[in-house]
Design a binder for this molecule. Sequence first.
Ligand code: OGA
Ligand code: MN
Length: 240
Amino acid sequence: MPVITLPPVDPSSARSAAEPAAPLPCQPVPDSPDESWLDELADSLARNGWVDLDGRQQMGAGLLAALQKEVVALDRKDAMKRAGIGRGADHTQDRSVRRDRIAWLQGDSAPQQALFAFFDMIREGLNRRLFLGLKRFECHYATYQPGDFYRRHVDSFRGRASRVVSLVLYLNDDWQAGEGGALRVYNPESECEVLANVLPEIGRMAVFMSEEVPHEVMPATRTRYSLACWFRQDEVPLPL
Ligand code: OGA
Ligand code: MN
């Protein structure tokens, strides 16, 4: 029988849980290099009201592929519902404004749980840096069939403290500029000025202040998959 030798106990690691190590005074807290992308995200949001970034490194190719598989499957089995505009009694399906189909995420699969953990990290990261008091988020998949669009709009009415930060994550492989389908971002100060056309390539994210930044989904020549998330300041959903 092999003899198992235990390593000697390091007395410094043998503290009880009730006795946490006191931090040394004046010792700088090292910046975690992994969080620098959150610093950049918060900085750009504060400075410009919007930002787009490549989230493949933070999310990982496996999670992105799993989310893409989910939305493609939902679309194939006709589980996506025609999207409307407005909430509660104001809810209408105006096909001249938007033509996408959506499915709300409930966090009921492993990829969705991993995504929710990622969004929670962003929520807390933005709260810590910008004091936004974001309490929760809601998100849906969206599919735009060829020719579908979402006309210029903002995601939230001013002063409602409901949707505060919008995040759109794209889930399409090998998207070419000639295929259309860009997210067109407008200057909040001069609404006809286009600030950017963001291509819906897998892993790309557009993040913007929901009340401020007008944006539009341009029609595409192929099916376009995305996931939209809204970080909110209110605690509980309004009754529908
Ligand atoms: C939205 C939206 C943008 C996109 O759902 O409100 O603006 O690129 N989506 O899918
Ligand atoms: Mn929008």
